[in-house]
Design a protein around this ligand. Structure first.
Ligand code: FAD
Length: 288
């Protein structure tokens, strides 16, 4: 078996030209934490397009009301970013939970999105925070809401000749906060069995602009619109939390697999949503 061609462009333009020359033959490579596992399992791409030398794809900036995170930014960089910790705490929490230190130092947010696993940790926070995926290709740039990016396990709307350039998240308002809760077999080196991300604005005792995203309980990360409607505009009393926990179980579309059962996953959505709301409320009260 021939080794794949290996190309390491220094600019995005160069990378897009290489990709355009053979969109189905070249596979983008960044941290390799998903791709190399698939290659070990038999995937044999004709060419590897290493994006790690492209400076434009790395880094976190806050400008014009958006937090922009380059696609090749690692989970470790995201987890330790002051801006992300302050403005997008759910994303910082999720990035800090990915794999292990070695995986977080290699794995990137663009790779996590492109891989389109329903259990990907950074995707529920991105969805709850209304993030946009920026794509570049031969026809120019376009943005896609994270919610519409994955269309099934391992499948996205990215065209073969496009690259993910960045993720852009609107800067939340001053009374906004977000949290991420995850259950796996253990804390480290464990894929999520169920995860919940919650973003909301505090308005006195009430929650507004509530967005809830669920991981590992559907073919893609899902919005929990029933639970959102239940929490919207209300004070999260015990009765409201009970009702939201029932709604979120109806929003989930879990299956039974080697990691857990459909019934357990559904029930845990309720447990994690309760936990997320209580954490968010506590966090909001602690804010200046
Ligand atoms: C031991 C281990 C533990 C893990 N634990 C977790 C975990 O707890 N939570 C979790 O969410 N994930 C986990 N992962 C999965 C993995 O680390 C993440 O999905 C990671 O973010 C992938 O990023 P990468 O840069 O390594 O991607 P790569 O492996 O380089 O690429 C992954 C896929 O994305 C494509 N791609 C990458 N970047 C781009 C781009 N800019 N544009 C277009 N396509 C692109 C590649 O072509 C490939 O198909 C784990 C993996 C391992 C091996």
């Amino acid at each position: 078996m021939n080794n794949p061609l290996f190309v390491r462009p220094r600019t995005l333009e160069e990378a897009l030209l290489v990709l355009a020359s053979d969109p189905l033959g070249f596979v983008p490579l960044v941290g390799g934490t998903d791709l190399l596992v698939r290659m070990q399992d038999g995937l044999r791409p004709k060419g590897l397009l290493d994006l790690t030398a492209i400076a434009e794809l790395v880094g976190i900036t806050v400008a014009d009301g958006m937090v922009r995170i380059g696609a090749a930014t690692t989970h470790a960089e995201i987890a330790s970013s002051r801006e992300v910790q302050t403005l997008l705490p759910a994303l910082a929490e999720a990035a800090a939970l990915v794999g292990s230190p070695a995986i977080r130092n290699r794995g990137t947010i663009g790779g996590n999105l492109a891989n389109a696993s329903p259990a990907a940790d950074t995707v529920p926070p991105l969805l709850a925070l209304s993030a946009l995926v920026e794509l570049a290709g031969p026809r120019g740039r376009r943005t896609v809401p994270v919610e519409a990016f994955a269309v099934g396990p391992g499948k996205t709307v990215r065209r073969p000749d496009e690259l993910i350039v960045a993720v852009a998240v609107p800067v939340p308002g001053p009374m906004a906060s977000s949290v991420f809760c995850r259950l796996g077999t253990r804390q480290a080196l464990s894929i999520a069995k169920v995860s919940v991300a919650l973003a909301a604005q505090r308005d006195g005792p009430c929650l507004r602009q509530v967005r809830v995203a669920l991981g590992a309980v559907g073919p893609t990360v899902l919005r929990a619109t029933g639970a959102e409607a239940c929490l919207e505009g209300k004070e999260p009393s015990l009765e409201v939390l009970d009702e939201a926990a029932i709604k979120v179980q109806a929003d989930a579309r879990p299956i039974s697999d080697i990691r857990s059962t459909e019934a357990w996953r559904r029930r845990m959505c309720g447990v994690l949503l309760r936990r997320a709301v209580l954490r968010l409320v506590g966090q909001g009260q602690a804010a200046p």
